[in-house]
Design a protein around this ligand. Structure first.
Ligand code: MLT
Length: 250
């Protein structure tokens, strides 16, 4: 039997390498497509960048890859925002939507303003200020990305994440913050979507706690939520086996 195509969309400000601990096992059951968002993982930005532009770009990537059947679309955090937009624009292309450590709501006004300020600082930075801005991003994000157990028992994971964040292109970081700040609300979409929707979230996720994703999944017609113990915002890195199990049994 042909395998279904599973597309994995990375979070901010990372790239497709964040899926490296689950790729091999998932490839046993799925044909994987693991793109980088424009501006990340060494790819160029598009001439116009927003969450809808990136969702349409994903549709083009699928067409270029010759994927004509329905796909399973999995997005983590920022990847989830793009997955939700893709589901709005192309609902007929989805066999299953998998939302990881993300939310269907838009930003509150204070959160939006904070993102836009960070983006402005990134855009204005030159020379050594660029490294300082990226280091500030690491300092602000890293403590919230991982579960306490990960810091205690898997010290290599925070180190890896720090090194990936410091490799991000400052302009792409700014553009992604602006894109997320202007993203639209998708709560109503989940009520109308006819395909199954799987939610996966780390039990210790501080950025999108289980109850936040859980509320969205509960509103879906065919929703299921899997909460992964000893994981924060990055279950595919922190608990790869449990993450793969959630997708494959789901
Ligand atoms: C992510 O992991 O992609 C970010 O937490 C998304 C966000 O900033 O909302």
């Amino acid at each position: 039997m042909p395998k279904s195509t599973l597309v994995l969309l990375h979070g901010f400000p990372l790239d497709s390498r964040m899926w490296q601990s689950v790729e091999k096992e998932l490839a046993c059951d799925y044909d994987l497509l693991i793109p980088d968002f424009p501006g990340f993982g060494g790819t160029p930005l598009l001439s116009e960048n927003s969450i809808p532009h990136w969702a349409r770009h994903l549709d083009s990537l699928l067409n270029d890859a010759g994927v004509s059947g329905k796909i399973q679309l999995c997005g983590l955090s920022m990847g989830g925002y793009v997955a939700l937009e893709f589901a709005t624009l192309f609902p007929g292309r989805l066999q299953r939507l998998i939302l990881c450590d993300t939310k269907a709501t838009a930003d509150t006004e204070p959160a939006r303003q904070q993102r836009l300020q960070t983006a402005q600082r990134m855009r204005a930075a030159t020379g050594e200020q660029i490294t300082v801005c990226l280091q500030e991003l690491v300092a602000g994000m890293l403590p919230k990305l991982l579960a306490p157990a990960t810091f205690e028992l898997q010290a290599e994971i925070p180190q890896q994440l720090e090194s990936w964040i410091l490799q991000a292109e400052p302009l792409s970081v700014a553009v992604a913050q602006e894109a997320m700040a202007h993203r639209r609300e998708h709560s109503e979409l989940l009520k109308s979507l006819t395909c199954p929707v799987l939610g996966i979230v780390g039990a210790d996720d501080q950025l999108t706690p289980p109850q936040v994703l859980g509320a969205s999944i509960n509103s879906a017609r065919q929703g299921k939520l899997v909460v992964i113990p000893q994981a924060g915002h990055m279950p595919p890195l922190e608990q790869p086996r449990a993450f793969v199990e959630a997708i494959c049994s789901g």
